[in-house]
Design a protein around this ligand. Sequence first.
Ligand SMILES: [Zn+2]
Length: 230
Amino acid sequence: MPSTSPKPPRAPASISAAAGCASASSAPSPGARYGLSEILGPGVASECLAARAGLHGWEDHFLFETIDPESGAAVPPGASGELVITTLTKEALPLLRYRTRDITRLETAPCVCGRTHLRIMRVTGRNDDMLIIRGVNVYPSQIEAVLVGFPAIAPHYQLVIERQGALDHLTIEVEALAAAGDEAQRNLGEAVRNHVKSLIGVTCAVAIKAPGGIPRSEGKAVRIRDLRKR
Ligand SMILES: [Zn+2]
């Protein structure tokens, strides 16, 4: 579980901007989704196309609350707070009152589409370290944890996030510890890609750089290059 403390919100993080679907190739654009890799990926809440007014949270599977991030006290529906999720039907790895670090409001009035599930409104702030890629919350520490499992990779990496059409694309740039042939590099990249997909739930590309190929920075390493428009 991430141990970072909440930070002041930066630029509004639009969950609709995180919308995307691997097979979306034609209009209309898909509705926004909300999910966390810790829970089950992008299936926690979805926007209806009829209203596009908040994301319907699947209350038959999750209990949604909003709390004051400082005191932990519940805030009333409609008030801004940190979204907290409890899984109701997830087996083997249930989560109780999981703090998402996302600041949002819960709307309990029925939607014009007829659904009565509460709606998760726009996320207006979030933990600075967290990335939202195709609707899934991803922490760089999760990716780092996968990378350290590969002894052929040096402890230097960068996450490059770009927007291509409506989709977010994540490329993990890693550095080979020693020069390797093309086929060995391809196999290594494929193995990293598969591990990230199965353990974190996010699809990515992996670029293997030659030894020394990842820029070194003074002080705190620059791990993220987010090239998406905000
Ligand atoms: Zn609706």
